[in-house]
Write a protein that binds this ligand. Structure first.
Ligand code: PLP
Length: 441
């Protein structure tokens, strides 16, 4: 099938939810994808953080083939060999006690929201008053189903579907005073991404997370962390909260968990799990033998990759900072491990860079209009980072030249020089943490 015929068929047959790039991928191996014309692409997006082991990883292929020949689905009415084993591994690396498996990120977050409400209902320490409010963060993203949407602090996603689930209030990102102001005994959970992903790769500050932990501990509310994008090795630790030395009551994971198969999970403590009883929550497909067997293998491989993710992430961020010192459109470098981003000064520039890189066979994506997001597979190497940096440099160089000609460059350069000095430092006072300050603990 050709790209043109697929586009025509999809236009006629699919719900118009996606504005896809015009590429038809047919194969993947390692950090590269190939399209229907045989063109190769360096994959620095990993299917939005899913293909953490790249494509066609031999260990994953082996387990996939073996398990597909044995048993694919049982439903959750019966036992199979792998849920308990996977839960054992996930709880061991998280400091939590129990797991619930599902099929996607949003489903994991829905389960977490339901658990928070269910737990508060039987453990209400707010006198006779209700304890059901959820505090979420502005600029957050938790998924597309109603509960997840209700806790997603971005109007563009929420607006077409209101009214949403009631009882949610939004706190300004990293604003300690606002959190204190909005928190009281009626809150059953504080909900946040340890690093906002879709919101532009913004790590929550240590002070904010510590305050959220302190307030929830005191009042018997839960701290719920969404690590669907930043968890499971992406930052060089199993969970991003481990950089902060804080353990949540519930954490959700998904994207890389089954190396490309749909699988999500929520992890929680024995205490919080007591809020659930048989029949209160469930799923037909979630935690099936195929996905769980693959996830166990993913975690086994991950153990040997964490150090590499940290090292490569450090190299990558330094290269991005070098780039920033040469290219005024780069406003900030952010992120941790292999979850990195650069913020540009215009949406047009960001869009054009993504398109130029695609033409050159490099996949990245743009989030929040002006942010270039990098989520390479954990198996990427220095030479792949170098390839991306060279392409980014070329593309931004062309933009500089263009601005030079159009006369806006001098102003930008002067502002850039004032901000950075001769040896630029890239982080403004009061901005969100960058990878340099990764060493949170
Ligand atoms: N939470 C976070 C932090 C995410 O990044 C995403 C997806 O990008 C989701 C939830 C939703 O996950 P899914 O698309 O698998 O439902």
């Amino acid at each position: 099938m050709s790209l043109a015929s697929v586009i025509r068929a999809e236009q006629k047959l699919l719900l118009p939810t996606y504005d896809r790039q015009k590429v038809l991928f047919t194969r993947g191996r390692g950090v590269y994808l190939s399209d229907s014309r045989g063109k190769r692409y360096l994959d620095f997006l990993s299917g939005i953080g899913v293909n953490a082991l790249g494509h066609a990883h031999p260990a994953i292929q082996k387990v996939l083939k073996q398990q597909a020949g044995k048993l694919i689905h049982t439903s959750n009415l019966f036992y199979h060999e792998y849920q308990a084993e996977l839960a054992k591994r996930l709880t061991r690396i998280s400091g939590l006690d129990r797991a619930f498996f599902c099929n996607s990120g949003t489903e994991a977050w829905e389960g977490a929201l339901k658990l928070a409400r269910a737990y508060a209902r039987v453990n209400n320490n707010n006198g006779h008053k209700a304890k059901w409010r959820l505090l979420a963060l502005e600029n957050s993203f938790h998924g597309r189903t109603f509960g997840s949407l209700a806790t997603t602090g971005q109007e563009k996603y929420r607006h077409p579907f209101t009214p949403l689930v009631p009882g949610v209030n939004f706190v300004a990102f990293n604003d300690l005073a606002d959190l204190k102001r909005q928190f009281d005994g009626s809150v059953c959970a504080v909900c946040l991404e340890t690093i906002q992903g879709e919101g532009g790769i913004k790590p929550v500050s240590r002070e904010f997370l510590e305050l959220a932990r302190e307030l929830t501990d005191k009042s018997g509310a839960l701290l719920m962390l969404d690590e669907i994008q930043c968890g499971l090795g992406r930052t060089g630790k199993y969970y991003a909260y481990q950089h902060y030395g804080i353990t949540p009551d519930i954490v959700t994971v998904a994207k890389p968990l089954a190396a490309g198969l749909p699988l999500g999970a929520l992890l929680t403590t024995d205490r919080v799990a007591s809020g659930m009883h048989p029949g209160m929550h469930g799923t037909t497909f979630g935690g099936g033998p195929l996905a769980c067997a693959v996830a166990i293998e993913f975690l086994r491989v991950l153990d040997s990759l964490l150090g590499h993710v940290r090292k490569l992430g450090q190299y990558f961020v330094e290269e991005l900072q070098n780039l920033q010192s040469q290219h005024p459109p780069i406003q900030e470098v952010r992120g941790m491990g292999l979850m990195l981003a650069i913020e540009l000064d215009s949406a047009d520039t960001a869009k054009s860079v993504v398109n130029e890189l695609l033409q050159q066979g490099i996949l990245i994506n743009r989030t929040h209009d002006t942010v270039l997001r990098f989520l390479p597979p954990y198996i990427a190497e220095k030479k792949h980072v170098d390839e991306l940096i060279r392409a980014l440099g070329r593309s931004l160089g062309r933009k500089n030249n263009h601005r030079e000609h159009s006369g806006t460059q001098r102003k930008h350069r002067e502002a850039h020089a004032a901000k950075h000095g001769i040896f630029p430092t890239q982080n403004n006072e009061g901005s969100t943490p960058i990878a340099k300050s990764n060493t949170h603990n």
